[in-house]
Design a protein. Structure first.
Lengths: 450, 255
């Protein structure tokens, strides 16, 4: 395939297509972007697949990534995730997943690394050794033609602020709140470049919330410690964030059973029964209003004839679990809650930047989809923002694919892309230590020249 | 069918092994996770209320439970891909065969950091790491760059280096944002800021400030307010009923 910039001669190794990959701990977001087409990429160009290998002991088989879409029985499914705390750690599993999703002609995007650029995103504060491992795998194992690795959320600066104003990119000041599976990070971005000294992290992410719900349900009802997939499904179906600390207290009262001699009625507007899937007739469960009689009937007490039901009643679990994003100390995690994380990040910036960041806050990541999350975050941020500052906070239209889309839009611009890519030939000549330095310093140099 | 089993009901009522505690807002578990907070606590007027102190055993229990909730992969569940990848170079062979977890890698990074500082281990690794970054920043600005850096605008910064506020220095981050009229940041200031290297992972956490929201305590069994404390393990429960359930399930589980 002839590179687009052929006017610069045949020495330009840049390929016409780029694999844009946001390699998350829970799902990977991927798509092939052409740098010659004039059409701006959209969410539709993004393919989402579980970033894991799973083993079903019942079906006696192993699933790789998107193969799980065809799975109907998640009972006792065990998962292995190559990404830990947001960083690629287990390359044997990741290799198999990338092979399956991108290279394989039958199951994947059919991309030939030799004719493809790779734009790979990473989490902030990645240990340098893991970055080096990643770079070596990309060039030496997969053999991509050209490659750029950067902190994913920074590429959200390449979304046009208004549909027609691409020319003003990257946005000058952008504060990204990325609340995802591994954790939640606050990333101040200036002209598409991360301001490292002000990046702040909260160790609460979707993984911890699911594990916490699993722990609570197992303590209070059934042993569900092997049912991570199911608990994640339940979390996504029933969780909500209380509007305020006061509302939290009120809801806690409404969902309390009372004490001996002073039994209380559970508030049916909050308490639900989750009907568990049996993985024979149903592969997904659903929530319905709480029925105290049915909830009392556990397995064994139900009729042998007719449909049997397993019900998981959910009361304060619905809001006490996501509450950890705002009050991590509730379970003894000694970190600042999300609104304070944002303020601590801002306090590490010069005054003028603080004001501009507050005016342009963008929330990405799956936890932002929990009902009530945005309202609580905005109202708590507003409470600590001095009145002379403007606060503008929005959630991305699709918070899961948004960072990928920012990266895809960056990759669709041949000039921007070319300025950051490193070719395999250059890597072979200079090595991985040089490459690590180049990706780290490049970030500080380029944006002002774009 | 998902694997589920009905948990046993709690045993018969026993002699009360609980104590009433007053919620004072003091958070003893801070000491458990952040040993560095010991200093702050001991400096607080009057010191910590005696009824809320956590034993070393309780602190370990909290830390273990959190580690379990934070875990990415189950070390007992090794799932190998159906087809083992064939390493193409010696470097990728080493990477593909590595069994290290993220905890191992982060511990390595911490050890490196301590070595670099060539000083006794800091009481607060986060603050020490940020101080290190600030030192690196001043080096960046004063020492002539390497040939690669010389192409960048960084070395041209005048002696005036912007002060990177250490967020943990002030207990109220708001104080610094509310004062002074915002002015346009000058270019040198921004370029210096952009040149700051990343913080190490362990230094990237926003620490909970002493003046933050008061600690809330919940019933370990049902999740309601934890008004009484189990004398055996120190965990809170809401009443006698939940105390019995607690003793039958989680009492001392993490100890
Ligand atoms: Zn209780
Ligand atoms: Zn106990």
């Amino acid at each position: 395939m002839a590179p687009r910039g052929s006017k610069k001669g045949s020495s330009d190794p840049t390929q016409n297509q780029t694999l844009v990959l946001d390699n998350g701990a829970y799902t990977l977001k991927a798509g092939l972007i052409s740098s010659s087409s004039q059409i701006l990429p959209t969410y539709e160009d993004c393919r989402v697949a579980p970033n894991c290998i799973a083993r079903s002991s019942r079906e006696k088989r192993v699933y790789i990534a998107s193969e799980l879409e065809k799975c109907n029985d998640f009972g006792e499914m065990a998962f292995r995730r190559p990404v830990e705390k947001g960083f690629i750690v287990h390359w044997e599993a990741e290799e198999a997943i990338w092979e399956h999703e991108f290279l394989n002609a039958k199951t994947g995007l059919r991309c030939d690394p030799k004719e493809t650029n790779l734009l790979l995103t990473e989490k902030p504060n990645c240990p340098a050794v893991l970055q080096k491992n990643c770079d070596e795998m990309v060039f030496e194992q997969f053999g991509f033609s050209n490659y750029y690795r950067c902190i994913g959320p920074t590429l959200n600066a390449y979304h046009p602020p208004t549909p027609s104003s691409l020319s003003s990119l990257p946005q000058e000041c952008l504060l990204i709140i990325d609340t995802s599976y591994s954790d939640t990070t606050i990333l101040p971005v200036y002209s598409g470049q991360i301001l490292h000294s002000a990046v702040r992290r909260l160790s609460i992410g979707g993984k911890l919330l699911t594990n916490y719900l699993k722990e609570l349900s197992s303590l209070r009802h059934y042993n569900m410690m092997e049912e991570t997939h199911l608990l994640n499904e339940i979390k996504e179906a029933v969780s909500f964030v209380a509007h305020s600390t006061q509302a939290f207290s009120k809801d806690l009262d409404r969902t309390w059973k009372g004490r001996i001699g002073d039994k209380r009625e559970l508030d049916p507007s909050i308490v639900v029964d989750y009907v568990l899937p049996d993985y024979e007739h149903t592969s997904r469960g659903y929530a319905r209003p709480h029925d105290p009689v049915k909830a009392m009937m556990r397995r064994g007490l139900q009729p042998m004839q007719g449909p049997r039901e397993d019900i998981l009643p959910l009361g304060n679990e619905r809001f006490a679990v996501p509450e950890l994003l705002f009050n991590p100390t509730d379970i003894g995690i000694q970190e600042a809650g999300l609104p304070e994380c944002v303020m601590q990040s801002l306090s590490a910036l010069p005054e003028a930047l603080k004001a501009s960041m507050l005016r342009n806050i963008m929330v990405v990541g799956g936890n932002s989809l929990i009902p009530g999350f945005m309202e609580r975050l905005e109202s708590e941020l507003r409470a600590v923002t001095p009145s002379e500052y403007t606060l503008n906070i929005t959630r991305a239209d699709d918070p899961i694919k948004h960072t990928w889309l920012g990266a895809a839009r960056f990759a669709s611009n041949p000039d921007m892309l070319k300025s950051v890519l490193v070719s395999k030939a250059e890597y072979d000549e200079k090595g991985s230590t040089w490459l690590g330095k180049r990706f780290a310093t490049r970030a500080a140099n380029d944006p002002l020249e774009l | 069918m998902p694997l589920i089993e009905v948990l046993p009901n709690s045993g018969a009522v026993r002699a009360p092994g609980y104590a009433y505690v007053a919620d004072t807002g003091y958070d003893p578990s801070k000491v458990a996770i952040n040993p560095k907070d010991r200093k702050r606590v001991s400096h607080r007027p009057g010191g910590p209320p005696s009824g809320n102190e956590l034993s070393a055993r309780q602190q370990t229990a909290i830390a273990r439970r959190i580690a379990e909730l934070q875990r990415d992969n189950d070390p007992k569940q090794i799932i190998n891909p159906p087809v083992k990848p064939i390493p193409k170079t010696s470097a990728t062979k080493k990477i593909l065969l590595s069994n290290k977890t993220i905890k191992n890698w982060l511990d390595d990074e911490e050890a490196m950091l301590q070595l670099q500082q060539q000083a006794p281990p800091p009481r607060d690794p986060a603050r020490a790491a940020r101080a290190l970054v600030n030192r690196r920043l001043s080096t960046l600005a004063s020492v002539p760059g390497t040939p690669f850096e010389a192409n960048s605008p960084v070395p041209s910064i005048p002696a005036a280096i912007p002060r990177i506020e250490d967020a943990t220095m002030s207990d109220d981050p708001l104080l610094s944002i509310s004062k002074s009229v915002p002015r346009e940041p000058d270019r040198a200031e921004i370029e210096a800021l952009l040149a700051v290297p990343p913080l190490p992972y362990s230094a990237s956490f926003a620490t909970s400030s002493a003046g933050g929201t008061p600690q809330r305590f919940f019933c370990d069994n049902c999740g309601y307010w934890g008004r009484i404390r189990c004398l055996k393990c120190g965990t809170r429960v809401c009443g006698l009923e939940c105390k019995d359930a607690h003793e039958g399930t989680r009492c001392l589980k993490w100890a």
